[in-house]
Design a binder for this molecule. Structure first.
Ligand code: CP
Ligand code: NVA
Length: 316
């Protein structure tokens, strides 16, 4: 069976741990793994702009011995001149993996349904699961075991990052707390899926409008832009409604003394986070950005191996 990674719960708790272990091994031995040697091509298709996702996948595919095929927004027929299903049937006869950043999540589901190779979500309007793998790797590096740690996300609690923290954090057995304004909370079905996962792993889920309730004693404090890609016309209104959820020094003071700060980047200093916090001692955002590379290399190797499409992780 071909394995895809469209949202965080597509990996079981044990599989997520395996991918994170492999990512740590790959980070320690950066050129020691070559499951794409041959080289096999992996396509990375962008319907939205990107820095980290583009650089980390391109670099990671090359480091795994493969050939990255980067498709920039508007360059392919997909979406405007050709259906997702026909695109999937054509390109999965050629490439080893399809990595896609797009708007509507159901496009990814359609791609996966018609693809004979793994499909990886490189961000949709609903989820950004590759980012969460990198974040979990970063938290492990700084704070040790994930299970039982409290991970708090403040701000736009209805966006792709909030959804992925709920699902990915619950999968890791973490205490996930999400705080945002009442009209920007996660959809009930995402919360229900996270709660079901947390029940299996011993994790827990709290969704609240009260930032103080979320922050109390937190191990990890996280935020994201208040204006996700595609929402640029709502910038002014959003700046008002999210203001109480700014991560500033007063917010960090409510977390544990050892708390670390994460942000998937790009960040807007003076909006969702102050410069003092993101450029301060608790911030691990550049470790987090680097870890996109290692986490995604491990993810690609794992999905190919589980799909029966790559025999070996190790370089010859
Ligand atoms: N964090 C992240 O996905 O960054 P890019 O949008 O630059 O890829
Ligand atoms: N929520 C942001 C994440 C960017 C990496 C967006 O979708 O634009």
């Amino acid at each position: 069976m071909v394995r895809h990674f469209l949202k965080d719960t597509d990996l079981t708790p044990a599989e997520q741990a395996r991918v994170l272990d492999l990512a740590a091994e790959m980070k320690a031995d950066r050129f020691g793994f070559a499951p794409l040697a041959g080289p096999q091509t992996a396509a990375v298709i962008f319907d939205k702009t990107s820095t980290r996702t583009r650089f980390s996948f391109h670099t990671g595919i090359a480091e795994l011995g493969g050939n990255p095929l980067i498709v920039n927004p508007g360059e392919a027929q997909i979406g405007h001149k050709e259906s997702v299903s026909d695109t999937a049937k054509v390109i999965s006869r050629m490439v080893s993996t399809i990595i896609w950043r797009t708007f509507e999540h159901r496009g990814l589901e359609e791609m996966a349904q018609h693809s004979t190779v793994p499909v990886i979500n490189a961000l949709s309007d609903d989820y950004h699961p590759c980012q969460i793998l990198a974040d979990l790797l970063t938290i492990r590096e700084h704070l040790g075991e994930l299970a039982g740690k409290t991970m708090v996300y403040l701000g736009d609690a209805a966006n792709n990052m909030a959804n992925s923290y709920l699902l990915g954090g619950a999968t890791a057995g973490m205490q996930v707390r999400i705080a945002g304004p009442s009209s920007y909370l996660p959809a009930p079905e995402v919360v229900a899926e996270a709660e079901a996962r947390a029940q299996q792993t011993g994790g827990s889920i709290l969704v609240t409008t009260d930032p103080a309730e979320a922050l109390a004693g937190a191990d990890v404090v996280i935020t994201d832009t208040w204006v996700s890609m595609g929402q640029e016309d709502q910038k002014e209104a959003r700046a008002q409604v999210f203001k109480p959820y700014t991560v500033d020094t007063a917010a960090m003071d409510q977390a544990a003394e050892h708390a670390i700060f994460l942000h998937c980047l790009p960040a807007y200093r003076g909006f969702e986070v102050t410069a003092e916090v993101i450029d301060g001692p608790a911030s691990v955002v550049f470790d987090e950005a680097e870890n996109r590379l290692h986490a995604q290399k491990a993810l690609m190797a794992f999905l190919l191996a589980e799909s029966g499409l790559a025999a070996n992780y190790r370089a010859a």
